[in-house]
Write a protein that binds this ligand. Structure first.
Ligand SMILES: O=C(O)CCC(=O)C(=O)O
Length: 289
C-alpha cells in the first residue's frame, strides 16, 4: 500500500496522501455507521460526550460539527484503526513495530458552512516523550479545495513548536498574524473518498470553512509509536495498552530532546478543538454567516 517514495515524501514534507486505501464496501459501511451516529443528534440542545454541535444547530435541524472519539462508540471504528492495510502503512511511516491508537474524531464539515479549523500543530495538544506520532485523515467524502480539505504546510514538522496559548491559557490555535510563515505554500490534502492523508504530529495544518454544496466528513485517527508516552500522564495502564494496534506494550518510554509547551492551563472552553479555539486571539479563516 505504501512505497519508499511515499515514505520519503512523509519524512521530507511531513505529510503524504495514499489514494484508495479503503475498499468501496468498507467506505460504505463507515458512512452507514456515521449516519447512524448522526441520527442520535436530533433533539440535542448542547454538546455531549459524543457530539460537538455547530453554533446554528437546532434540536429539530441538527448540525453536527464533530463526532467525538468514534472508536469508543462503535467497534467498527476501533477495528478499522487496527486493520492490516492501515497498520502496515503506520509501521512504515512511524518506523516501528509497535503502534498505539491515541484518539479519534470525525470532523463533519457540512455543506454550506461547515466550520473551519484554525492553524495548529497536534503536538501542542498532546506532547509525548518523543514525537513519533502522526494523524490519519480517512476521507469519508471526496476532499477538494472547495469543500474545506485539510491544508498542511510542507516541512513545518521540522520547524519550531509554536505557542498555542492566548491570554495565559491554552487555546489550541497559533496566532499566525504574529508569525513569519508563508501559508500560501500550504497544500490541500485532496483525494477521492476512501483515500487517507498522514500528517506528522508537528506539521502545521488547518482548514477553511466549507462553503460548497458538498459535505466533507474526515475521520481522524491519532497514532503514536508505543514508546512515545503522553506527558499528561497515563491514568489506566490496561486501557492504554489495549489501544495498541500492533506490537508489544512497553513501560520504557523513549525520551527524545523534543521542544514541548504543555497545553496548560486548560482553555476556558476546554472541549473539542472548536471550543478551545474560540478563545484564540485572532482568526485566519473566514466565517460566513
Ligand atoms: O478537519 C480538518 O480539516 C482538520 C482537523 C484537525 O486538524 C483537527 O481536528 O485537529
Amino acid at each position: 500500500m505504501i512505497d519508499d517514495r511515499a515514505v520519503a515524501q512523509y519524512r521530507e514534507h511531513g505529510f503524504v496522501i495514499i489514494p484508495d486505501v479503503l475498499e468501496a464496501a468498507e467506505l460504505a459501511e463507515a458512512n452507514r455507521r456515521v449516519a447512524a451516529i448522526l441520527a442520535g443528534a436530533r433533539g440535542l440542545t448542547g454538546h455531549t460526550e459524543v457530539y460537538d454541535l455547530e453554533p446554528d444547530h437546532q434540536p429539530d435541524a441538527p448540525r453536527v460539527r464533530r463526532i467525538k472519539v468514534p472508536h469508543r462508540h462503535d467497534p467498527y471504528f476501533r477495528a478499522l484503526a487496527g486493520s492490516d492495510r492501515l497498520v502496515s502503512i503506520l509501521r512504515r511511516l512511524l518506523g516501528t513495530e509497535a503502534v498505539r491508537l491515541h484518539g479519534s474524531k470525525i470532523n463533519m464539515k457540512g455543506a454550506h458552512g461547515g466550520a473551519p479549523v484554525e492553524w495548529h500543530q497536534d503536538w501542542a495538544f498532546y506532547p509525548h516523550t518523543n514525537d513519533d506520532l502522526l494523524a490519519v485523515g480517512v476521507m469519508l467524502d471526496d476532499c477538494t479545495p472547495e469543500n474545506g480539505a485539510m491544508l498542511v504546510l510542507p516541512g513545518s514538522h521540522r520547524g519550531p513548536v509554536f505557542d498555542h496559548h492566548a491570554d495565559g491559557h491554552f487555546c489550541g490555535a497559533m496566532d499566525v498574524g504574529a508569525l513569519d510563515l508563508d501559508l500560501s505554500r500550504a497544500v490541500p490534502c485532496t483525494g477521492r473518498a476512501g483515500s487517507m492523508s498522514f500528517h506528522h504530529v508537528r506539521a502545521v495544518h488547518g482548514s477553511a470553512q466549507n462553503l460548497s454544496a458538498h459535505p466533507r466528513a474526515l475521520l481522524l485517527y491519532e497514532f503514536a509509536a508505543a514508546d512515545a508516552w503522553p506527558l499528561m500522564g497515563v491514568k489506566d495502564l490496561a486501557e492504554f495498552d489495549a489501544r495498541l494496534v500492533c506490537g508489544a506494550p512497553t513501560i520504557t518510554p523513549r525520551l527524545a530532546p523534543v521542544p514541548v509547551r504543555m497545553p496548560l492551563p486548560p482553555a476556558p472552553h476546554q472541549g473539542s478543538i472548536y471550543e478551545n479555539q474560540s478563545s484564540a486571539r485572532s482568526r485566519y479563516f473566514g466565517r460566513a454567516a
